[in-house]
Design a protein around this ligand. Structure first.
Ligand code: CTP
Ligand code: MG
Length: 351
């Protein structure tokens, strides 16, 4: 599209509207403080079971893509290699303890594929939305991928955070952010935006942090975690000094040209576009019976940055993908048909 004066005005308007749209949706300092207190309290209790245990936050409460009243993602790390505690056992014990010692409604899921403990606190005047929190065990990769997301955000917060936060809000309001109901997790949407800024936009808005060589060579041992290479360039100071994107598009422009390719490829932040065949993530294998589920696994393919055999978008079913695609089309339509007032376009987008 040729940016005529009218169009250019719309894009500027769109940039400032995107900022003002997400601003009031960010968590308040009060909320962050309460959540940090809750984390500290639970950590203290868990240490009575296992003194070497630490309780860390990950996900949106610390990747800078957090929205107001979002869930807390917590993980227990056990530093003592001799602790010899089975995850399922620990989850059950923590469940009993927190049930006794706190006001949380506690639901241990020790037999789940990944044992977790679900905590909820009913809404109260001080916390009108309550608290919902998932506690996992030893998921160290999640801490690293949270750090990766945070580092990407830190390079260019105004553009990266605004785009991701808006996409998350939009995906939630349009109900395409339900991995249990065939659509995509927030993590998946976030990776999608980052992929776009690293690999689709030319010139790129962000560097590929997994491809920038370390200042000093690192040993295998230093980069491997739970069998995965978790290296990425994380020296934010150096990045601030040495990476300056020559892409000067505004948030509005970047947002407007968002047209995601849901074609045959795998979105890999680590490696750029890959074919589904090269990953063995094909979806046209034989149909029927038990394979019905397997078949739907790879409709949309987003490679996890570290767990590269894991398709983050595996939850997206045929119907889910159809819905997501439809929503992107709807968004494009609204943006092109409402070139008068960006604020109104955004409101309509998220209705
Ligand atoms: N995660 C993961 N693999 C997935 C989904 C999630 O490793 N398939 C981890 C990531 O570390 C991610 C965190 O779990 O940052 C939380 O995921 P999710 O709830 O999808 O994203 P949030 O950023 O927490 O979004 P929301 O605000 O919607 O909770
Ligand atoms: Mg979360």
């Amino acid at each position: 599209m040729h940016p005529g004066t009218h169009h250019r005005r719309f894009l500027n308007d769109l940039s400032s509207s995107l900022f003002s749209f997400v601003l009031p949706l960010l968590p308040t300092n009060e909320e962050l403080t309460v959540k940090e207190e809750v984390r500290g309290l639970i950590e203290k209790l868990i240490k009575t079971i296992e003194p070497s245990a630490r309780l860390l936050s990950f996900g949106s409460s610390c990747n800078s893509f957090g929205l107001r009243n979002s869930d807390m993602d917590l993980v227990v790390l056990i530093d003592d290699p001799d602790a010899g505690l089975e995850s399922s056992h620990l989850v059950a014990m923590m469940g009993d303890l927190l049930e006794r010692e706190t006001n949380f409604d506690v639901k241990p899921l020790p037999k789940a594929r990944i044992p977790i403990l679900k905590l909820t606190l009913a809404p109260s005047p001080a916390l009108p939305f309550g608290i919902a929190c998932d506690i996992g065990i030893e998921n160290r990769l999640a801490i690293e991928n949270t750090r990766l997301l945070l580092t990407y955000a830190t390079i260019d917060p105004a553009r990266v955070r605004t785009l991701v936060l808006f996409l998350k809000v939009w995906a939630k309001r349009r109900r395409i952010n339900s991995p249990y109901r065939g659509t995509l997790s927030s993590y998946g949407f976030t990776l999608m935006v980052l992929y776009y800024l690293v690999h689709v936009k030319q010139p790129p808005v962000l560097p590929n942090l997994q491809r920038i060589a370390p200042v000093r060579p690192l040993t295998e041992e230093q980069v491997m975690l739970q069998g995965r290479n978790v290296y990425f360039f994380d020296d934010v100071e150096t990045l601030r000094q040495e990476w300056s994107s020559i892409n000067f598009e505004t948030v509005g422009e970047l947002f407007f040209s968002h047209d995601f390719q849901f074609n045959n490829s795998v979105l890999s932040i680590r490696a750029g576009p890959l074919t589904k065949e090269s990953k063995g993530w094909v979806n046209d294998i034989d149909v029927g019976g038990l394979n019905e589920m397997a078949r739907d696994r790879n409709r949309l393919c987003i490679e996890d940055p570290f767990e590269i055999t894991y398709n983050v978008a595996r939850t997206v079913t045929k119907d889910g993908l159809y819905t997501i695609r439809g929503e992107f089309m709807r968004a494009t339509r609204i943006l092109t048909q409402r070139p008068d007032r960006a604020v109104l376009a955004l409101a309509e987008l998220c209705q």
